[in-house]
Design a protein around this ligand. Structure first.
Ligand SMILES: [Zn+2]
Length: 538
């Protein structure tokens, strides 16, 4: 990778024909656009650049308009940068992000046919112990390793599957290519085959009373070893309210998706979702999950389960048509929810997806008409954030948290939904700028997806990538990106206090705080990529 950043920042995976082409320019003077024949297509006079508050860069966001398919070159002063415009330019990166989840599979061999040089023997196959009752041992296998570590967490896993299933429901043509995974060719789209690997694990995480264990992890994070060498015992950690509601929602949604492919599997999921809901009804008083003493793996704690219950109620209403679920969803919506949030901590946006794109009028006055207005109004705020940024990034300067890629991809999801609901091109184009951010049009001149773009992340905080003795990291994993909020002391030591938030990043393996990967960061990017793989809808 070229260590030097360019004054011309582009989507390093190129651009899709029929969508506006944007580039960020960190220079004064004219910018020349040439075609493959070297002819000048257009010369842009760049106004004196303004300072981008999140990065401190003096940058101009250039709209190059709609370009015909072909190869192009941008020139600013002596600097030139090439890019291509093609149909479905982002098909490969979208599918790489899906294949990235296959590489996270736990409990099975990743064989050389499907994993190439990243193959490894099966991992984490020993029976797990119940943390609270060590006499209980259960074989719980499968699922995806959550992130850079080898833990498996119910809430984050459920949300990840939710993103994938909605990507497939809404934009099937943008995310249904074969992935070269063991199930390929079985008549089911591979995105659903891959999601099922997690769903089968989720079903095993349910306790006999209907509640879901919060997670299946060791009591500490493994060192940087390969997963098959991580042999310490795994524990079924205590059950959790958010985990139970998120699993309930995800399984009810999956019932609708898989019904036409495998009815028995779909029915098993709906039954599990109903039992989870019954447990939630019998246990109305939320208790936040806390790690038991002596457990130091991921916390994934929440302050409330209202958003999780809301998503579950919406999905159960969509799955069954039973009014009790709509009434529950209406009550929970009235409690005030962040309906444009799609991450593991706030899942109300997933319920909004269900209401606005599946239930529609059937959701009723409150969950269709009112929620729609509320949703679009909140998207205006996301649009304002994008316009305030020199790169068009819909994140306030103080919003660069651990995993800042999540609110950025979540903002893109929300604006895509707003564009589909209203036909507004400004929403669609702002969503597109978030995709460009992820793939290189950013203050670091970095493509955050491993194995993609000219300057990809090379040293993600990801145990197999760090332990496999292969130079290139496991491909198709998206980095969390800049974070100046909660940082490791060694990150502070290296970057100090004066590096701006959008540049608070280290492409170094130990930097989990800025450069970890996570399944639930890949999945919203799949949603966004799947949408932009389609011809523009508005
Ligand atoms: Zn494993």
């Amino acid at each position: 990778m070229n260590a030097e950043t360019s004054v011309l920042r582009i989507n390093q995976e190129g651009y899709t024909e029929g969508l506006p082409v944007s580039a960020a320019v960190l220079a004064d003077g004219p910018v020349i656009l040439r075609n493959a024949a070297g002819e000048t297509v257009r010369t842009f006079s760049v106004a004196p650049p303004e300072t981008d508050p999140a990065s401190g860069d003096k940058v101009t966001l250039l709209d190059l308009g709609l370009l015909e398919a072909g190869d192009y070159e941008l020139q600013a002063g002596a600097v030139r940068r090439r890019f291509a415009v093609r149909s479905q330019a982002w098909n490969s990166v979208t599918h790489a992000l899906l294949k990235g989840l296959y590489y996270q599979r736990c409990g099975c061999e990743l064989d050389p046919v499907h994993a190439g040089q990243y193959s490894h023997p099966a991992c984490h196959t020993a029976p797990a112990m119940d943390w609270e009752d060590r006499s209980i041992r259960r074989r719980v296998t499968g699922g995806w390793h959550d992130a850079g570590d080898y833990g498996k967490y119910v809430g984050p896993g459920a949300v990840t599957v939710g993103h994938l299933l909605y990507a497939w429901k809404l934009f099937p043509r943008g995310c249904s290519d074969p992935l070269n995974i063991p199930e390929s060719g079985n008549g089911v789209p591979d995105i659903l085959n891959e999601a099922r690997y997690e769903l089968e694990w989720l079903l095993q995480m349910q306790r006999s009373d209907g509640a879901f264990h919060h997670k299946l992890t060791k009591d500490h994070f493994a060192p940087f070893i390969m997963p098959q060498d991580d042999l310490d015992p795994e524990y079924l950690m205590p059950v959790g309210w958010c985990a139970t509601a998120d699993a309930c929602a995800c399984l009810a949604l999956a019932f609708r998706v898989y019904r036409s492919f495998d009815e028995a599997f779909a029915n098993r999921m709906l039954l599990s979702a109903r039992r989870a809901w019954d447990w939630l009804q019998a246990n109305p008083d939320f208790k936040p999950y806390v790690n038991p003493e002596g457990v130091r793996t991921g916390w994934y704690g929440c302050r409330s389960d209202a958003d999780d219950r809301f998503w579950a109620a919406c999905e159960l209403f969509a799955a069954t048509g039973e009014k009790q679920f709509r009434e529950s969803a209406e009550k929970l919506y009235a409690s005030g929810l962040q309906i444009t949030q799609f991450g593991w901590a706030e899942v109300a946006g997933m319920g909004a997806l269900c209401c606005l794109f599946d239930l529609k009028e059937a959701a009723g006055e409150i969950l269709w008409t009112r929620l729609r207005e509320d949703f679009i109004s909140r998207c205006e705020d996301i649009l304002v954030l994008s316009r305030a940024s020199g790169y068009g990034t819909a994140l306030a300067p103080d919003g660069y948290v651990w995993g800042s890629i999540l609110p950025i991809m979540g903002g893109a999801m929300a604006m895509i939904m707003a564009a589909l609901l209203t036909g507004r091109q400004d929403m669609r184009n702002a969503a597109l700028l978030q995709w460009h951010y992820a793939l290189g049009m950013n203050a670091l001149d970095l493509c955050f997806v491993t194995g993609c773009g000219e300057r990809p992340v090379m040293h993600p905080h990801h145990r197999p990538s760090g332990a496999d003795s292969i130079d290139a990291p496991v491909p198709g994993l998206i980095s969390g990106g800049p974070n100046n909020k909660i940082c490791f002391p060694q990150t502070r030591e290296k970057l100090g206090e004066n590096v701006p938030p959008a540049k608070y990043f280290l492409d170094e393996t130990p930097s989990a705080d800025t450069n970890e990967i996570a399944i639930y960061w890949n999945s919203p990017a799949v949603f966004v990529g799947a949408y932009f793989n389609l011809p523009p809808l508005c």
